[in-house]
Design a protein around this ligand. Structure first.
Ligand code: 4AD
Ligand code: MG
Length: 464
């Protein structure tokens, strides 16, 4: 169907030409003189297109005056320089072809502002709002920039499985995948479920991370990245956790924790620079309506170096802080969101890379440091959000890895292929995972992670 996107029409200057657009009515104002102003949006850009339709149109009374908010239409007209302020071009309609009308009594998105909580209940319609439309464009730009960044640096895009038998993080937060009848599963003699009769003939789950598979490929083709959905059955109801989220996981052979930190810093800066360069109008909107410190905060990320400290240094700073934390900081305890924000917002006022966390609460695959207590782990923390990247140098020594797995209670037999990677041509290697939604939150200033993914999955919420 012929039409041009609003974002392209808004850039045209060949006034007098005929253009056709299609979209949804955001507002309509009827003037006494027998004409109407329609603001039409198609989601291609923040700004809507102003259309002027007058009663010379044969269907002015029958159609134009019925174009309520949310109705869709295709409109052809003459591109005209706009006398009004706020827009440069407008269309003088010569043809208005309505499609679906939206009943003003029942269409939920009227002109007034709605809370994000309320919009979540109409997640199928919320992309028509300014905010959620802008989030979708920024999310798209960050995804595209991700591919550009890694492709330009010779990383292979790797598709790792979503269904897996391995718990990549070793913390048991996995959703089970089964075709057994939950009401009457087959059982072995002692009463336990007989998974040998299940689809995969063993327990299977949705993956929490593609990392273990990515390691196999990095140790063959030098550098890879995954970019796909991951799943966590953790019962956290916070503004930064989802049960289904998208993760970008680069993995590099012959790279240590310093190389890993460099890559993470370059990547995060690249993402933010990319949206500053390509999504200016969207970011201005967020800065005006969502978080007025946003643009300054983004500028501080691209302009300076990230701070780099050890976990021990971080705990020292937190212990000396004159703030009362809900969770008192102490060596051996994981950093909480409040600690991450204190470090990035109060102490350093910029992103912070923390390395060398205690072995006790970090994953089994992280490389053990010579001090015997810490591992070469790496978290990137940013203001407002806290952790957006988690990664590490991987344990490449077979005996040390096997010991870490034993201590963490993992079955070596089960991870036989992962251990094989250390038996045959093992090499130092490193990688990390960046939570896409956390970066979208950071780039837009959106408070709640449920508003930066189209249809959020959280505990007790799988609608839409
Ligand atoms: O720190 P995490 O758990 O690390 C891993 O999964 C490693 N296997 C990554 C790797 O080294 N290849 O998760 C990585 C990032 C976090 O920093 C966070 O940004 C995001 O994924 N993340 C979540 N985002 C939304 N909801 C959740 N429940 C998340 N859990 C982690
Ligand atoms: Mg983490």
């Amino acid at each position: 169907m012929h039409r041009e996107l609003v974002k392209h029409v808004l850039e045209r200057e060949d006034f007098g030409e005929t253009v056709t657009v299609a979209g949804w009515v955001r507002t309509r104002r009827d003037s006494k003189g027998g004409f109407s102003f329609i603001e039409l949006t198609d989601g291609s850009t923040m700004t809507g297109l102003q259309i002027i339709a007058d009663n010379e149109l044969s269907n002015y009374e029958s159609d134009v005056l019925n174009l309520t908010i949310g109705s869709s239409a295709r409109i052809t007209g003459t591109l005209t320089e706009s006398p009004g302020k706020g827009q440069r071009v407008e269309i003088r309609a010569t043809e208005v072809e309505p499609f679906g009308l939206a009943d003003p009594e029942t269409y939920p998105l009227q002109k007034k502002r709605m809370s994000f909580e309320h919009l979540r209940e109409i997640a199928h319609l919320r992309p028509r709002t300014n905010t959620i439309g802008a989030v979708a464009r920024v999310r798209n730009a960050l995804s595209y920039a991700t591919h550009r960044f890694y492709q330009d640096r010779d990383f292979l895009y790797l598709h790792t499985p979503l269904i897996t038998a391995s718990d990549a993080e070793g913390v048991g937060e996995m959703f089970r995948v089964t075709t057994l009848d939950p009401a009457a599963p087959p059982r072995v003699e002692n009463g336990a479920v007989d998974y040998s009769q299940d689809f995969f003939a063993q327990p299977a789950f949705l993956t929490v991370s593609g990392q273990l598979s990515a390691e196999a490929y990095a140790l063959a083709v030098d550098r890879v990245y995954t970019f796909g959905p991951t799943f966590r059955a953790e019962n956290s109801n916070t503004r930064r956790h989802l049960a289904e989220f998208w993760m970008v996981e680069p993995e590099m052979a012959f790279a240590d924790i310093g190389d890993n930190s460099d890559l993470a810093e370059d990547y995060v800066k690249y993402l933010i620079r990319y949206v500053l360069d390509h999504n200016g109008a969207d970011l201005e909107f967020f800065n005006q309506w969502v978080d007025e410190g946003l643009l300054d905060s983004l500028a501080s990320v691209v302009d300076g170096d990230f701070e780099r400290i050890t976990y021990a240094e971080a705990v020292g700073i937190l212990e000396r802080a004159d703030t009362s934390f809900e969770f008192p900081p102490a060596w051996g305890e994981d950093l909480q969101s409040e600690h991450e924000r204190y470090l990035t917002e109060k102490v350093f006022m910029k992103p912070v890379i923390v390395i060398d966390f205690p072995f006790d609460f970090k994953a089994f695959y992280m490389r053990r440091n010579d001090d015997g207590k810490t591992v070469a782990a790496m978290d990137v923390l940013v203001p407002r959000i806290g952790e957006i990247v988690g990664g590490s140098q991987r344990e490449e020594r077979l005996d040390v890895l096997a010991e870490s797995m034993r201590i963490k209670g993992l079955d070596e037999q089960h991870y036989w292929w992962y251990l094989d990677l250390r038996r045959f041509g093992s090499a130092p290697h490193s990688g990390f995972g960046l939570g896409l939604e956390r970066v979208v939150q950071f780039a837009t200033g959106m408070q709640n992670i449920r508003d930066v993914i189209p249809f959020p999955r959280t505990p007790r919420n799988v609608e839409f």
